[in-house]
Design a protein around this ligand. Structure first.
Ligand SMILES: Cc1cc2nc3c(=O)[nH]c(=O)nc-3n(C[C@H](O)[C@H](O)[C@H](O)COP(=O)(O)O)c2cc1C
Length: 190
């Protein structure tokens, strides 16, 4: 497996979840220099149209020339993938959901294998209330990770964050520590 990969999943640049990712990366870099970052908003991701091509051609997609193809390959190859994503209407934003739906070609080509890798979710929601606010996003990312033969994600979710300024020093410190500990775990496995 190759590099660690952080996916910035919000359509908003320099927003809350970009910042959450930044603190995680700061911690990660204390232990390891090797981490890639990709913002989904900067990529061309066509939406799945259920054309059926991948049912007859497993692991292939009619849109295999766009950026979703390489992003999914990078996800497959990575030792660590971090999804930094806001909650939009109890689920992931359309940018992330579009990428996940393009994973359908891996579902049609799915073969049971030993799951591997680390998957981390850094999730933000604006409201403090809403007991089930992270459930939809977690379920979807669990299902997606399973299809990609990755281990079950570990989710770190933060409420009451509308903007980057709402991130408390405690959260910043927690994310830096998390980044450093995940970097050590990834390094020790090599
Ligand atoms: C379209 C849209 C839908 C949202 N839906 C929810 C929601 O269902 N529950 C919630 O608590 N916050 C919701 N929010 C607030 C965002 O989760 C919050 O502002 C988050 O910090 C944005 O992260 P970002 O700056 O990385 O995009 C929504 C925001 C937008 C723009």
């Amino acid at each position: 497996m190759s590099k660690s990969l952080v996916l910035l999943c919000s359509p908003r640049e320099n927003g809350t979840t970009d910042e959450l990712a930044l603190y995680f990366i700061e911690g990660y870099k204390r232990e390891s220099a090797s981490i890639d970052v990709a913002a989904l908003r900067d990529h061309d991701i066509r939406t799945c149209v259920n054309c059926g091509y991948c049912s007859s051609h497993p692991l292939k997609c009619v849109f295999d020339i766009d950026d979703a193809t390489t992003l999914l390959e990078r996800f497959l190859a990575a030792r660590l993938v971090v999804f930094a994503s806001p909650v939009y209407f109890y689920g992931p934003p359309a940018t992330l959901k579009a990428l996940i739906d393009r994973g359908q070609k891996y579902w049609t080509g799915f073969r049971e294998e030993l799951a591997s890798g680390h998957v981390i979710e850094l999730l933000a929601a604006g409201r403090v209330a809403g007991e089930r606010v992270f459930e939809g996003t977690k379920l979807i990312l669990n299902c997606f990770s399973r299809v990609m033969n990755k281990n079950k994600p570990r989710a770190f979710s933060y409420r009451g964050l509308e903007n980057p300024g709402d991130i408390s020093p405690e959260i910043i410190s927690e994310l830096r520590s998390l980044g450093a500990s995940v970097a050590r775990a990834v390094r020790d496995e090599q």
